[in-house]
Design a protein around this ligand. Structure first.
Ligand code: HEM
Ligand code: SF4
Ligand code: SF4
Length: 511
């Protein structure tokens, strides 16, 4: 990752500090910031379930819509009322986690290059979720609904698309009819289906997307919502009356913040603001930054056996298998889809051909990063190791997106930073330990459960524990290998951990 601009860099530091604090409270496994997208899915499902219940009792009509919601809230407070509160608060929470999720992806820079797809579909989701949420507020047909409906119609009337102004054809007392409520009810059931479809598209280019938060978080959320529903149940604000302009109504600032603006600005100005923000968000991935994507991965058919390890490991669905095209006896070959590849290098760590135990000079692997070929990696490591002096000589492998391992370099410590820790084929660890007689290998990368490339930390752990291909072989002594996850905010801990590892290596030496 290239150094971002100072504001983003400041925000990045602040985010790491905040998340570090949350890790202390919740642990890395339950840190809600690591599950913002998954929490979005959770709130969507809560909305769908509570909404389905409300629909059973909802009636469409000028008088009855309000009354049916009131009945549910008051007569059936123990279930209908709680469902209504769950529905309202899940909608608010969805907007909060969506905003935080968007901000977090922005600060981490995970919206550029091939990652534009999730970003742009995310912008579409914002529109759909707001359309659905605002539409939901109209369903109860209270004073807030009246205020929001009239303001929206007047706002839309500014657009030159409707012959007769909507504010006249729908929402004056004379013409307000049951058709309007049927339309409301239909759209409130249909727009969420579009949201669901957009969510599916949103994560289409992500392998192993985390769409379910950990069970502890789910229970925590449900409990908090239940308490909120009992302490502060969602209520209506008196029946709408088109003859009286609603006054002193409470606004839901999560969804309806635009309306007070409509009171002071013209509809055209508010359209310009909304369209401008959407456009800016939409083109953000293509605005010039210091970010430079390094060339994408390339397959070398001669060394590809079609084992599919790279397909299983790529976090971005950027490698696919195709029928063999070179006449070799394997059934399939790997093919990189360049527009999906973010150049993380994880597939290089997966490929069994990425081994330093080869005699040819300038050899290649089945899949390579053109800017950092596997033979170059071996040369760089060998040169680094040759400079090591003293006892407890350690080879450190780090990640460009985590703590800067350059700060660890010293007489007895050689360092190499990779685009992702999981770019390191496990055979390199064995090679350093057994062929170069280095005393230990220390591997670090982004904080646990927070890999910049999503799966790199987990794949590394599993390969080293011999639970995932390519496995680290038994000949590599495990007590001479250390894994420690650290972000750029954890450099102090990283230094201490490395020192403690080196001390343990010293104590392992035969007298
Ligand atoms: C309620 C709405 C949303 C939900 C439920 C949602 C959900 C998710 C999920 C589950 C992931 C995968 C996370 C992972 O496995 O690491 C994800 C990734 C992502 N989302 Fe969203 N998202 C929403 C809205 C947005 C919005 C509004 C934006 C930005 C405009 C956005 C941008 C992204 C990006 C950039 C990624 C990740 C890309 C990557 O790692 O390559 N999302 N989202
Ligand atoms: S470098 Fe490899 S693992 Fe990473 S996105 Fe590209 S193809 Fe996938
Ligand atoms: S991991 Fe290597 S050998 Fe296996 S399919 Fe991918 S490129 Fe081919």
């Amino acid at each position: 990752m290239t150094t971002p601009n100072p504001t983003v860099s400041f925000l990045h530091k602040a985010l790491l500090k905040l998340e570090g604090g949350l890790n202390k409270i919740f642990g890395n496994e339950l840190n809600p910031f690591y599950y913002l997208g998954a929490l979005g899915f959770l709130f969507f499902w809560i909305l769908a379930a509570s909404g389905a219940y409300l629909y059973i009792f909802y009636r469409t009509g000028i008088e009855v819509s309000y009354l049916s919601v009131e009945d549910l809230t008051i007569e059936q407070w123990y279930l209908g009322g709680i469902m209504r509160s769950f529905h309202r608060y899940a909608a608010d929470a969805l907007v909060v986690v969506m905003a935080l999720h968007m901000l977090r992806e922005f600060i981490l820079g995970r919206y550029r290059g091939a990652r534009w797809f999730a970003w742009v579909t995310g912008v579409l989701l914002i529109w759909l979720i707001y359309a659905s949420g605002i539409n939901g507020y109209w369903m109860s047909w209270d004073k807030l609904a009246q205020y929001s409906t009239v303001a929206t119609m007047e706002w839309f009337d500014w657009l030159p698309i409707f012959g007769t102004p909507m504010s006249q054809s729908f929402v004056t007392q004379e013409v307000l009819n049951d058709r309007f409520f049927s339309l409301l009810s239909f759209s409130h059931a249909t727009i969420p289906l579009f949201v669901l479809f957009a969510l599916w598209v949103h994560i289409l280019r992500i392998s192993y997307p985390v769409v379910n938060p950990k069970r502890g978080l789910v229970w925590g959320v449900l409990l908090a919502m239940l308490i909120l529903a009992l302490v502060k149940p969602a209520l209506s604000q008196g029946p709408a009356d088109m003859g009286i302009e609603p006054r002193n109504i409470g606004i839901d600032w999560f969804y309806l913040f635009i309306y007070p603006l409509l009171d002071i600005w013209s509809p055209g100005q508010v359209w310009a603001l909304v369209a401008g923000i959407s456009l800016l968000l939409g083109v953000l991935p293509w605005l010039p930054t210091r970010f430079k994507q390094i060339p994408v991965a390339e397959v070398n058919l001669k060394y590809c056996s079609g084992c599919r390890f790279c397909v299983a490991d790529c976090p971005y669905e950027a490698v696919v298998m195709k029928p063999r095209s070179d006449g070799m006896h394997f059934l399939e070959e790997a093919v990189v889809v360049p527009e999906r590849c973010v150049s993380c290098g994880i597939c290089i760590g997966s490929c069994p051909s990425s081994t330093p135990f080869r005699s040819e000079t300038g050899y290649v692997s089945g899949i390579e990063m053109p800017s950092l070929p596997i033979s170059g990696l071996r040369v760089a490591m060998t040169e680094n190791l040759a400079k090591l002096e003293g006892d407890a000589r350690v080879m450190v492998f780090g990640c460009d997106n985590a703590a800067d391992v350059g700060k660890l370099r010293g007489k007895g410590v050689a360092v190499m930073s990779l685009p992702c820790t999981a770019m390191l084929p496990p055979s390199f660890i064995e090679y350093a330990l057994n062929e170069h007689r280095v005393d230990g290998v220390f591997i670090t990368g982004c904080r646990e459960n927070d890999c910049y490339h999503r799966m790199g930390g987990l794949w590394t752990e599993q390969r080293l524990a011999a639970k995932r291909e390519p496995r680290l072989r038994d000949r590599a002594e495990r007590e001479r290998i250390k894994l420690f996850w650290a972000s750029s905010d954890d450099i102090g801990e990283l230094v201490l951990e490395l020192e403690s590892f080196r001390s343990s290596l010293r104590s392992q030496r035969p007298e």
